[in-house]
Design a protein around this ligand. Structure first.
Ligand code: ATP
Length: 353
């Protein structure tokens, strides 16, 4: 089926800065794709190239199979929501939401009913007569969402829509967006965020970006559980990347870590003897008394995080430091020797990429 959105080898340069390098990416109709990456990785540039706010230096952008690279933003029929709400301060909520419809010269009665409909959809039906300054940040963002939805876009672009909101409101808005998502099953969503929690909660698929490039893309659960790339593993879930040696390639594979053998899930081709990294999330690292079955380590730092403790542990086998999250530390202090256990079945990352 023709993708709703497609980037074909899209690059964007600003002077000598490469903001986006050779992006190839397709998004299916009705799919929610999160573009996830750290600050400056090129996510917003990709979204702007799609919206028509920046022109690709090379490559083409397609919407429903149509090459829109040369079309101005208002001819692309997209809904766009940005971080800063960008509502018109001198217009009431209803007029803000009606803006795109009026610009398209929609009949007055249709505008009125459509405005009421989308305000209800985002739970803001009672606020039509207010001015933006009379609304909270979360309410303003809902209005911005209603304004983007008013034109019934096939594709909705959201650029860090929750980043101006406080943590509690952000949680509410994620729930709200999920509800909205269920009501608009055919609308394609492209969601830019640097927050892995938001991406995992909202997206069907995540595209991980780093240094202007697409690193890896896949369904959320696959990227979280079996990331092929070390950057994905550490960015999505803060995995420790522990150097290990391949002993036996297969599914599962066997690797050696500090004289111990573990089974691990390969995410690419392996050869015995190869040095690779095991991706182990902090909550899967076991910490206890030193013993024959464990890897010797020293506690380098202890932080209380409310719900538990975060430990930095120096592994004797590698000399490197790994992070663990445990419920309690029972008197463990900095400098104490401990025994670390790593479960079988962690993914081998950075293989073949
Ligand atoms: N108009 C511009 N002129 C010059 N450089 C730019 C411009 N816009 C973006 N860049 C640069 O391009 C790179 C990618 O920027 P982009 O805004 O796409 O990143 P991002 O991943 O969206 O980051 P953030 O999460 O901080 O918004 C950065 O190095 C940025 O400084």
């Amino acid at each position: 089926m023709t993708p709703a959105v497609e980037f074909r080898d899209v690059s964007v340069h600003f002077g000598r800065t490469t903001a986006l390098a050779g992006l190839d990416l397709a998004v299916a109709r009705g799919e929610t794709l999160a573009l996830l990456g750290p600050s400056g990785s090129g996510k917003s540039t990709a979204l702007k190239a799609l919206a028509g706010f920046v022109r690709p230096s090379s490559g083409r952008v397609f919407l429903a199979g149509q090459d829109v690279t040369d079309l101005p933003p208002h001819k692309r029929g997209l809904g766009v929501v940005v971080q800063s709400y960008a509502l018109f301060p001198h217009m009431r909520v209803a007029a803000n939401v009606a803006f795109g419809l009026n610009a398209r010269r929609a009949p007055r009665a249709e505008v009125a009913s459509r405005v009421a409909e989308v305000l209800d959809l985002v739970g803001m039906g009672a606020y039509a007569r207010r001015y933006p300054r009379e609304l909270s940040g979360g309410q303003q963002q809902r209005v911005a969402l209603a304004r983007a939805l008013a034109i019934r876009p096939d594709v909705l672009l959201l650029d860090e829509p929750l980043s101006a909101l406080d943590a509690a409101l952000r949680e509410d808005m994620i729930a709200e967006l999920l509800r909205l998502r269920a009501e608009l099953p055919d609308t394609t969503l492209v969601y830019v965020t640097h927050d892995q929690g938001e991406a995992l909660a909202l997206a069907d698929r995540i595209a991980v970006m780093r240094d202007s490039r697409l690193v890896e893309t896949g369904p959320c659960e696959q990227l979280y559980r079996r990331p092929a790339d070390g950057f994905t593993a550490s960015f999505l879930g803060a995995a420790n990347l522990i150097p290990v040696e391949v002993i036996h390639d297969g599914t599962p594979s066997t690797v050696r870590l500090g004289g111990r053998e573990l089974t691990a899930e390969p995410t690419g081709a392996l050869t015995p003897g190869q040095a690779v990294a095991l991706g182990v999330r902090p909550h899967r690292v076991g910490v206890g008394a030193p013993g024959a079955d464990t890897l010797p380590a020293l506690v380098r730092a202890v932080q209380w995080r409310g719900s538990g403790y975060r430990l930095d542990l120096e592994l004797e086998a590698t000399g490197g430091t790994i992070r663990a999250e445990v419920a309690n530390v029972d008197g463990l202090a900095v400098g104490a020797p401990v025994g670390v256990s790593i479960p079988d079945g962690c993914p081998l990352v950075g293989v073949g990429s």
